[in-house]
Ligand binder design. Structure first.
Ligand SMILES: [Zn+2]
Ligand SMILES: [Zn+2]
Length: 422
């Protein structure tokens, strides 16, 4: 059985060296290196796992630059050389007897956040904070750890179980891109049961057997006008900045939808011109989220009307580029009761187990869930609650490390319940 000390030391090792979406080479290499030593555990990684990124132009950038620099940075790392430019992996653990195919998903990417060096921040105080300008500020270091602990427990006890267990170490969740790649793998379509997990949702000591997330659509918006002299001939300019500003206030003012809650945010606004030049270019990033796919679609339609309307008002053109999205997914009631039973078996108190909760974040594991469901399988998203510090995606983010052991225990119990039923 896995020890709590081992789990904590893994979590701290990964916390110290976070890598953002699709650059998780060192992270993937360490996971492979460890799992490769386990009995009954096969690994799928590199181009054998997936060839293409969702965006073809990304692929070239990655193969030519990002992977090359990772190989240079970690010259002696044999595992990084084997990854063929692809991050993430799947550990496949076969039980002694035939049985169902059970998938678990943990995500492995960090965020481009500079970690806090305040004495009150425990990772800094204890010396395992990151200094590479990225940060595990969404508990994915904990998810990797739970995935490793589960893999070890399942692999060492494979003689006792029926079925095949797939632990998906998914890259690029924060970009909402890795889940889509994993949803298209042939393994996904074959899964009978699928369980993604997240630590700290909810931010208290509770286990949620079926967490739901908002649908999300992200776009880059560009307004293109015509520059001119602000004093000499302002009437000859077509003001892209003004169009963008009007669009932004309009976007924040989209009416609510009776079908559920929604969120709208604009980020990364730029318009690089001088004060004596009528701006010919302005761009921003747009994030639309809805409690249901319908609400999210409504936001998109309203946003298009506003952006096109603003273009018309100021006689400028616009380009709307899709960046990423996430769907909603319906948790299986059958699996919710299995998770509930697993929690009991793992010694969780009854009043600390919750069947459903809705989180206004978004999750790309929903693509994998929906693919499993559409292929005849069942899925539910598990929230392993923990008090958090600083808030998600904040430079002081942290969680209680004792949920790591609890997480491994619950997921292992789930695997055992399904295995016994087979
Ligand atoms: Zn996150
Ligand atoms: Zn996360």
């Amino acid at each position: 059985m896995i020890s709590e000390t081992e789990l904590i030391s893994w979590r701290r090792m990964f916390h110290k060296n976070p890598e953002i979406g699709f650059t998780e080479f060192w992270t993937t290499a360490r996971i492979c290196e460890y799992l490769n030593k386990l009995p009954n555990c096969k690994l799928l990684y590199g181009k054998r796992l997936y060839e293409n990124f969702p965006e073809p132009e990304l692929l070239k950038k990655w193969d030519d630059n990002i992977y090359k620099s990772a190989k240079e940075q970690y010259k002696d790392d044999e595992w990084i050389k084997k990854l063929n430019g692809r991050t993430g992996l799947i550990a496949v653990i076969k039980g002694k007897k035939e049985g169902p195919k059970v998938g678990f998903r943990v995500d492995i990417d960090g965020l481009p956040i500079e970690e806090s060096n305040k004495a009150s921040h425990i990772p800094f105080k204890k010396g395992f904070h990151s200094t590479n300008n990225n940060m595990h500020a969404c508990a994915h270091d904990g998810h990797i750890t739970i995935g490793l602990g589960l893999a070890k427990t399942l692999a060492e006890n494979a003689d006792e179980s029926k079925g095949t267990f797939y632990i998906m170490f998914q890259p690029a969740e924060e970009l909402l891109l890795g889940g889509k790649i994993f949803s298209k793998l042939s393994i996904t379509k074959e899964l009978d049961y699928f369980f993604p997990v997240h630590i700290g949702i909810p931010e208290e000591r509770k286990i949620v057997c079926g967490s739901s997330y908002f649908a999300d659509k992200r776009y880059n918006i560009l307004f293109k006008g015509r520059s001119s002299h602000a004093g000499g001939s302002p009437e000859e300019g077509k003001n892209a900045l003004l169009a963008a500003c009007n669009a932004i206030t309009g976007l924040y003012g989209i009416s609510r939808h009776s079908g559920g809650s929604s969120r709208i945010n604009i980020g990364a606004f730029t318009s690089n011109n001088a004060s004596n030049v009528i701006s010919d270019k302005a761009q921003f990033e747009l994030d639309l989220r809805g409690e249901t796919d319908e609400v999210c679609k409504y936001l998109k339609q309203q946003a298009l009307n506003i952006i096109n309307g603003a273009s018309k008002m100021y006689d400028v053109e616009n380009e709307i580029k899709f960046v990423a999205d996430a769907e909603t997914a319906v948790n299986s009631t059958e699996l919710i009761s299995i998770v509930r039973r697993a929690c009991f078996d793992a010694g969780i108190e009854k009043n600390a187990i919750v069947d459903h909760s809705l989180d206004s974040g978004s999750e790309d594991a929903t693509f994998i869930m929906n693919e499993v469901i559409n292929s005849g399988g069942l899925a539910t998203y598990i929230g392993i609650g923990s008090p958090t510090f600083g808030g998600f995606h904040n430079k002081q983010f942290d969680f209680d490390e004792d949920v790591l052991f609890q997480g491994v225990k619950i997921l292992h119990k789930i695997a055992m319940i399904i295995s016994e039923r087979a």
